[in-house]
Design a protein. Structure first.
Length: 174
């Protein structure tokens, strides 16, 4: 019963360790990506506004308006590229964490298997020692029985020899 309790305790503590593995680097990377996403949203809003700007004659867009819109769009694309790079780093962190979890799980599984083998070996040794103890107790019991029978035989021999002497003494008197 104790071995199951210990095994359950080990598994419970391992599960708690796995659930608290969100590292500070991973959290910082997520915050950086969120900042880049907010920056991208702001730039895209600026791009929308620049498309509606018409500073030319008769409400037309000028080359300068189009260049400004294109520059803002280029900045949006650069921000998108940065977001993709940072997402790649974030995914690498997550993959690393998953690899660590798998390694810890494998290591824990190996330890559990070794504990189970040790428990099995100790149970086998315990059974062997019990068997040896039972054999010794049987040997002791048989020794006691043999000694008891020898004492009965010695006592019987003593009493019969006394009777025989009395019988011979009584016969010698006659």
């Amino acid at each position: 019963m104790k071995k199951y309790f210990y095994l359950f305790s080990i598994l419970l503590f391992s599960y708690q360790a796995f659930s608290q593995q969100d590292t500070s680097a991973y959290t910082a990377q997520r915050a950086k990506i969120n900042t880049l996403l907010a920056e991208r949203s702001a730039k895209f809003g600026q791009y929308d506004e620049s498309l509606n700007q018409r500073t030319g004659i008769f409400g037309w867009q000028t080359k300068r308006d189009i260049k400004n819109s294109n520059e803002i769009l280029r900045q949006v694309v650069l921000t998108d590229n940065n977001i993709f790079k940072e997402l790649k780093v974030l995914m690498d962190y997550k993959d690393l964490q998953n690899q660590q979890k798998v390694a810890v799980a494998d290591h824990s599984q190996e330890r559990i298997e070794k504990y189970m083998q040790t428990i099995k070996r100790l149970q086998d040794q315990n059974e062997q020692l019990k068997a040896e103890s039972d054999k010794r107790n049987e040997g002791n019991l048989s020794t006691y029985i043999i000694v008891f029978l020898l004492l009965i035989m010695a006592g019987g021999f003593y009493f019969f020899s006394k009777k025989l002497k009395k019988y011979e003494a009584a016969r010698a008197k006659i």
